[in-house]
Design a protein around this ligand. Structure first.
Ligand code: 6R9
Length: 572
């Protein structure tokens, strides 16, 4: 059963005529929005902050920050001043030069944004890290990229193995009363005195900006390198997909340790001159609904795992909160289950718009736009200017409704330009020098909508049928007892593979054998006999990444007693 198509929104969405744009749009058009189009002087931090600070947006709020006792507001003028100060600190207290790698390793706080933008102003390459990383994860990333400096906090500094990182020269520690010894520099001490003037380093469109480490299923995490030109696509999608407008308050819930937290937690909205909310700390239903209300959030970008938690908390959790400021909701990172879309319609009377992209793509690629009908369960259609297709392993385009490799025509503005230190890995993404192959399995229907099926490695072959885990997981979520589900293929001598489901139940539900049977029958009746999980295992919690992705490879490794691979991004 497929939920009915939800009609396009009747409003002034920025992208109106999708088909026309697909036929006519050229990225060259989008470049005109930037000052470098006129001046030739390129720096993403200038475009995101200084350009607005020098305009009518000088006193407009750029950043609301809330965490525990801290509740702070920064205008674009403030952000220019403080990122200039940060740039001066980084420049004056280290030997950092254009192209050198600096990491930011700290919780979400205004200082993180000042430091990150300051580092971009001096032309350094910034590697953002999740604050939860332990010593091994920090070491791997700094060592692989030959980092020269890192910005961190007193709580995290002990996780940086300075003795094993001979090229790491400077450790900036953000906090009060930091003692300067060895490589440690007190960020705050120098920040207070630093000049608020700074001449940004002017760079090229192809100059690198960010180095985002992302884990594959095997081996060490790889460093995905982005360049200045990514801003073209980040701004264009902020307009078309996020539909950001002058008066919006935008909240991207992602941490900058994840690409969503930089591309859309910083750049997209700031390039568009939009007011952003940053909330520190961990997820809680109360804090999240409270933040939407307190700051009047109008556009909200989050992830299925968060929506599922809000859904699990039920209507009672919303009581007493005025969420009427919300106008547009979007999702990324994991397949957006139709059940969650249904909940969104019921709860907010709003469509939740899925967006598909990857660290490697640098910006949104396949999306549900406000101006088009939404098919629940589909990620939508390619952003105008992007060509996507389902191809076989040789690069032949497959007809509609056939499952295959989700591929993108090489050469979009935000595309990664290298895997750090690993040109072979970089080349391995491309097929016939034409297609970027995502590693995701999907199909496209006759209307051009793309449907995610799973990572290629996760696709299940059972009794000769190819089954994507996503469809089964989504069906399982429709069962009232289930909060979360992860589905894998388990090798079987007769059937090739059988379907095994790991399930987290609603609080208070008894994990009985009768319930297992009931769930099996439910899938059988509602989806297909061959899709019903032969094995079911109840778990308190499923293994997930910090960006909320269910780690099916970990479930599989546990099941089959295989090595789990890199676990540095796993949530504790
Ligand atoms: C931005 C981001 C990329 C992988 C991607 C896919 C999964 C992301 C999705 C989605 C289904 C969506 N993914 N968005 N799957 N529907 N809307 O998530 O980057 O952390 O590199 O992950 O995430 O499997 O290949 P990243």
């Amino acid at each position: 059963m497929v939920l009915k198509t939800i009609p396009a929104l009747q409003s002034d969405y920025q992208m109106q005529d999708y088909e026309k744009l697909v036929a006519e749009f050229d990225w060259k058009e989008a470049e005109k929005a930037f000052s470098w189009y006129e001046t030739g002087k390129v720096n993403i931090a200038h475009e995101a902050v200084d350009r607005h600070a020098e305009s009518f947006r000088k006193n407009k709020v750029a950043l609301y920050y809330k965490d525990g006792n801290r509740n702070e507001t920064y205008t674009f003028g403030d952000l220019k001043k403080y990122s200039n100060k940060a740039a001066n600190v980084l420049k004056n207290c280290s030997t950092l030069e254009k192209g050198d790698r600096i990491f930011v390793f700290m919780p979400r706080s205004p200082e993180l944004y000042f430091a990150l933008l300051g580092a971009l102003k001096i032309g350094a390459i910034v590697g953002p890290l999740f604050e939860a990383f332990m010593e091994g994860a920090v070491y791997d990333r700094l060592d692989d990229s030959d980092a020269k400096a890192i910005v961190t906090t007193p709580e995290l500094v002990d996780r940086i193995p300075v003795d094993r990182l001979p090229n790491l020269e400077t450790v900036f520690v953000v906090g009060d009363g930091v003692t300067e010894e060895g490589k440690v520099i007190s960020f705050n001490k120098h920040f207070e005195k630093a000049s608020k003037e700074f001449e940004v380093e002017w760079l090229e469109r192809e100059s690198p900006t960010l180095l985002h480490y992302t884990s594959g299923s095997t081996g060490k995490p790889k460093g995905v390198l982005h360049v200045q030109e990514a801003m073209v696509q980040q701004l264009q999608t902020a307009k078309w997909v996020l539909d950001l407008r002058e008066e919006d308050v935008f909240w991207c819930t992602a941490d900058p340790g994840w690409v969503t937290g930089t591309a859309y937690g910083i750049f997209g909205p700031l390039l568009a001159g939009t007011t952003n909310l940053v909330v520190g700390g961990r997820f809680s239903t109360e804090a999240w609904y409270g933040a939407v209300e307190e700051f009047g959030v109008s556009v909200w970008y989050s992830a299925p795992t968060a929506f599922r938690m809000l859904m699990g908390a039920g209507a009672a959790a919303m009581e007493g909160h005025d969420l009427s400021s919300l106008r547009h909701i979007l999702s990324v990172g994991e397949p957006l289950n139709p059940e969650v879309v249904r909940w969104g319609m019921e709860t907010f009377n709003m469509r939740i718009h899925d967006t598909w992209w990857m660290t490697e793509t640098g910006a949104q690629m396949i999306c549900n736009f406000g101006s088009m009908p939404l098919k629940p369960g589909s990620m939508g259609k390619p952003v105008p200017g992007i060509e996507a297709a389902i191809v076989d392993d040789k690069g032949n385009i497959l007809p509609p409704n056939r499952m295959g490799n989700l591929a993108l025509k090489k050469g979009w503005p935000a595309m990664m330009r290298a895997i750090w230190n690993n040109p072979e890995k970089y080349d391995s993404y491309f097929l016939n020098d034409e297609w970027y192959v995502s590693g995701d399995s999907a199909y496209m229907d006759e209307d051009g909508y793309f449907f995610f099926q799973g990572r290629v490695d996760d696709v299940i072959m059972t009794s000769g049928e190819r089954v994507g885990p996503f469809e089964i997981e989504s069906k399982l979520l429709e069962h009232p007892a289930i909060v979360e589900a992860g589905v894998i293929g388990k090798p079987d001598p007769v059937r090739g593979e059988i379907i095994k489901a790991f399930i987290a139940l609603q609080e208070g539900v008894e994990p009985t054998d009768e319930l297992k049977e009931e769930i099996r029958q439910f899938v059988k009746k509602e989806l297909a006999g061959h899709a019903a999980p032969r094995e079911i295992e109840f778990k308190d919690k499923l293994p997930k990444t910090r960006s909320g992705k269910i780690m099916r490879r970990v479930l599989k490794a546990w099941e089959l007693d295989l090595p789990t691979g890199d676990l540095s991004t796993m949530e504790d």
